[in-house]
Design a protein around this ligand. Structure first.
Ligand SMILES: [Zn+2]
Length: 205
């Protein structure tokens, strides 16, 4: 399956299933959310994940936590250099306006709503996403948005620790170089892996 450049898609996963996100062309940032059905109120929370991991980085084997401090996803594979962002909110219309864009600009916030709507779901509040492949340096307390260091074909695999809806947005940011110096948003590939095909431990066989 494809998440087209600048667009979002939502996927239902049962507990134990995995979702593989392939950075097909490299350097594409993918905003990721996980929400617990049916109400979608409990969600993957970056503040609680940072606290749970006592880290600003997520590594293979780490859980991602909900706002109730329960594991909701686990990062089970990562062939990228492991640089993902847990600090920045999803881009939204105000962000592009702030950057000087005039008129409508695609954005991850609206992609989140549109992707859920395709599954007949709705969630007014947009949690802060896990920004896969997004390179933010935080040396000396300063945050700098840098081009992704991910390469073509790099992938991550996230395992559902319970039934979840995962929303992905191929970030349409083309005004700062997070999606590479060329600032051209690209498609990414997605594959769902059943609990059986992953042997139950999330490791692909
Ligand atoms: Zn975005």
């Amino acid at each position: 399956m494809i998440v087209p450049a600048r667009r979002g898609r939502a996927f239902r996963l049962s507990e134990g299933e995995c979702i593989k996100v392939v950075n097909t062309h490299g350097s594409q940032v993918v905003d990721a959310w996980a929400l617990a059905p049916p109400e979608l109120r409990e969600h993957m929370s970056m503040p609680h994940t940072r606290a749970g991991l006592e880290s600003l980085r997520v590594r293979v084997g780490d859980h991602l936590y909900s706002e109730r401090r329960r594991p909701i996803l686990t990062l089970v594979e990562d062939t990228s250099p492991g640089v993902h962002d847990m600090l920045f909110p999803a881009c939204d219309p105000a962000r592009y306006e702030q950057l000087g864009h005039e008129g409508r600009h695609d954005n991850c916030r609206e992609n989140f709503h549109a992707a859920l709507a395709e599954l007949g779901l709705e969630r007014p509040a947009v949690p802060s996403p896990l920004n896969l492949f997004m390179n933010v340096s935080f040396e000396g307390g300063e945050l700098r948005l840098l081009p992704s260091v991910s390469g073509p074909g790099d992938h991550v695999v996230l395992r559902a620790e319970r039934d979840v809806v995962v929303v992905l947005s191929a970030c349409p940011q083309d005004m700062v170089p997070i999606n590479g110096p060329a600032m051209v948003p690209r498609d990414v590939e997605v594959e769902l892996q059943s609990a059986e095909s992953t042997g139950g431990d999330g490791l692909a066989r």
